[in-house]
Design a protein around this ligand. Sequence first.
Ligand code: FE2
Ligand code: FE2
Length: 208
Amino acid sequence: MDFTKLCSERARHITKNKLAIDLLEHVKCYLNQEKYEHTVGTLIEAAHYSEALFAQIPEDIVFAACLHDVAKQWNREELIDYWKRDLIGNFIPNEHQLHAYVGAIYAVNTFVINEDVFRAITYHTSCRAQASILEQIIYLADWTDKNRKGRDIGHLRAVAKADFFKGFKLSLDMGIKECIDKGRIIYPDLYNARKYYFEMDTNPYPEK
Ligand SMILES: [Fe+2]
Ligand SMILES: [Fe+2]
């Protein structure tokens, strides 16, 4: 059996992990079936990348993947209200990133999570320059979840399974293309992430 397949096999078991079961149960009441399945799919993808890179699945992966879209289906009023409760200053994220920022605050208020998990949830829509490996894994896993449909997703999955860093960089391109295709502004953090990682000419992760 090849290494990538073995990692995927092992990653699928993550949904039977006690922490994953508890967190998925928690987010289930905030998500419709489609978004719930996307969350499970993102968790499995993140577990796969973590296995492939580090031969382990730390709790941070489980927390970040399970909670990343907890606020995805809150309406704008709920999101703004929640955001304003903890808001320092006048910054309000754009409508596409707001659920990520609010979800991160919700996660801190509800669970004991560290700053890396907080950032992985905050930046799962836009990524950012100098993102941690956890942030990169969650950003890419959100794209390659098996439930996600769309042009070029199959190609992205194949690239990412063969080479995490190439897949991650391609997902930044796809994020920018999506902004353009949908007539959105290109999130400044996403632009900066692409610039930062495309200037990096060597793969920072060990080849398998
Ligand atoms: Fe999201
Ligand atoms: Fe997502």
